[in-house]
Design a protein around this ligand. Sequence first.
Ligand code: PAN
Ligand code: ZN
Length: 190
Amino acid sequence: MWGELAARLDLGAGAIVGAPVVRRRLSDLKGCFADAAGYEAALALGDPLVYTVSSVGAGNGSGDLHYGLGVLYPGRVGDEYFMTKGHLHSRREAAEVYIGLRGEGRMLLEDEATGESRLEPLGEGRVVYVPGHAAHRTINTGDVPLVYIGVYPADAGHDYGAIADRNFRMVVVRREGRAMMVERDGLNVH
Ligand code: PAN
Ligand code: ZN
C-alpha cells in the first residue's frame, strides 16, 4: 500500500509542509570557510541561520527516491558567500538532480578521484546534474534566499566526514562584485 505521495511546498516559509526540517547555523559550518579568522569574527557577532533543509522520503526500497527543499540565506564571511557544508554520498555512485526555484547561486562540484572542480549556476530556472562520486556544495551568490530541490536515491546517504577532513579544493569568493572560483591553497585572506 502506498503512503503519502503528494506534498506541498510553502516557498514563503521555505519548507515542505509537514516534513522534518534540519537547520544549520554559522556555528555548524566550522572549517568550511577558508578565512578562519573572518569566521571567528563573524561568530563573535552572532550565530545566524545559514540554511534549512526539509526532506521527504516516501519509500526506502532500492529504486526509491528522496528529495529535500533547501533554503540557503544570503550572507558572507569576508569574501566568501554563505554555503552548505557539502558532502559526498555514502554510496558514491549515487547521483542527484538539483532544481533551482528561487534566488541566485552556484553549485560547486569536485570529483573525488580526479579533483576536477566545476562551478555551475543554480538559481531560479536552473537545473544541475550532480554525477556520482562528486562532492557537492551549494552557494548563495545573491541577495535573497536561494531555494532549490535536490532529488537523490533513497539509499544515497550523506558522507560529511571526507569533506570535513580535507574540504573542497576551490573556494567561491566575491571579487569586483561577481562570484568566482579560486584555489583554496594560495588564497590570500586579509
Ligand atoms: C541536499 C543537501 C542540502 C544541504 O539536499 O543535503 O543542500 O547541504 P548539506 O547536506 O551539504 O548540508 C543534497 O545534496 N542531498 O543529497
Ligand atoms: Zn547530495
